[in-house]
Design a protein around this ligand. Structure first.
Ligand code: APR
Length: 320
């Protein structure tokens, strides 16, 4: 059987890391696309030259021509401008909306059967716009946010408890922004919910609250440290986990910015929810029950996402 084809739209910091991870994991042949001439070609060649050392079989191609993504099984979109220090994700809206239009049309014309994972920020609005511009089925277009936010939460929890990250499972809902909802009640260490661990004296409520806040600010913390760009290792790893779930029909239960129409009381919008990813793309949105407080936080997050979508419609009337 021919190898799957993975198209990476955007060959910047995340795009390059995606290509490297996809190659090392032998997920398929890789096409790196970018408008910048030389960058995708250079990165593709550099990674290909690591193949004999790493011992992977994957073809890599860098390109500035959308025709080269033809027939891709997966497209991962990082094209756009990343956040600079002091810039909110929302400041990026106007610039990256135009990029989504070009990318959406490129995918529509060349890889209409692909499973599309959007990473470009502000995530919930950009994945919605990308779906609109591409016209692909909703279950085949999804945003990467929850896997990354949960990974950050898991990392902080594992450090706090001094346990393996493998045994920490965490749950983050809502938009990928300051209003995201890390769900403490559904997050566990070896199956023990976090509120029980506070009661057991493993940590204090203050520390738990601080970890929740640090998770919300996780992206900004990295931007503040790097100064010239935003996070790329963990975002790339997170998107690769989603791509692998699709390519191998793993039926993974992963939090993603998915199209929700009916579940969680929502009618037709993209927001972070638990999903099942398999060969059909987003095969299920998990309709979890929330407490009153959790619901209030989720509602606030939903409103923030709706505000961004309205702002997109105001900028580009074809979306209204
Ligand atoms: N089509 C294709 N590529 C584009 C386009 C376009 N219309 N516009 C910009 N690009 C490319 C740039 O040339 C650059 O190589 O997108 C790439 C973005 O790479 P970086 O600037 O290194 O950004 P990165 O850190 O990879 O983040 C990408 O993901 O997390 C989000 O907020 C982040 O929106 C940003 C995106």
């Amino acid at each position: 059987m021919a190898r799957p084809k993975i198209a990476l739209i955007g060959a910047g910091q995340i795009g390059g890391t995606l290509a490297h991870l996809a190659a090392i994991k032998e997920l398929g042949d890789i096409v790196l696309f970018d408008i910048s001439e030389g960058t995708p070609q250079g990165k593709a060649l550099d990674i290909a030259e690591s193949g004999p050392v790493e011992k992977f079989d994957a073809k890599l191609k860098g390109t500035n021509d959308y025709a080269d993504i033809a027939g891709a099984d997966v497209c991962i979109v990082t094209a756009g401008v990343p956040r600079k220090p002091g810039m909110s994700r929302d400041d990026l809206l106007g610039i990256n909306l135009k990029v989504m239009k070009a990318v959406g049309e490129g995918i529509r014309d060349n890889a209409p059967d692909a499973f599309v994972i959007c990473i470009t920020n502000p995530l919930d609005a950009m994945v919605w716009a990308l779906r609109e511009f591409s016209g692909l089925p909703h279950e085949k277009v999804v945003g990467m946010a929850g896997v990354l936010d949960s990974a950050r939460f898991r990392h902080f929890l594992a450090e706090e408890f001094d346990v393996s990250m493998r045994d920490v499972s965490a749950f983050v809902l809502g938009g990928h922004g300051d209003t995201m909802v890390p769900l403490v009640r559904y997050s566990t260490v070896g199956g023990i919910p976090l509120p029980d661990l506070v009661e057991m004296g493993w940590t204090s409520q203050e520390n738990m609250d601080a970890i929740v806040q640090r998770t919300r600010d996780g992206g900004a913390e990295i931007v503040g440290l790097l100064k010239t760009g935003s996070a790329f290792y963990a975002p790339a790893a997170s998107a690769i986990e989603m791509a692998e779930a699709f390519l191998k029909d793993q039926k993974r239960l992963l939090p993603c910015a998915a199209w929700v129409d009916g579940a969680l009381g929502l009618t037709g919008m993209y927001v972070g929810v638990p999903t099942v990813i398999g060969a059909g793309g987003i095969e299920r949105v998990v309709d979890i029950k929330l407490t009153r407080d959790e619901q209030a936080m989720f509602d606030k997050s939903v409103e923030a996402v709706k505000g961004l979508v309205e702002a997109c419609k105001a900028i580009d009337s074809s979306l209204a």
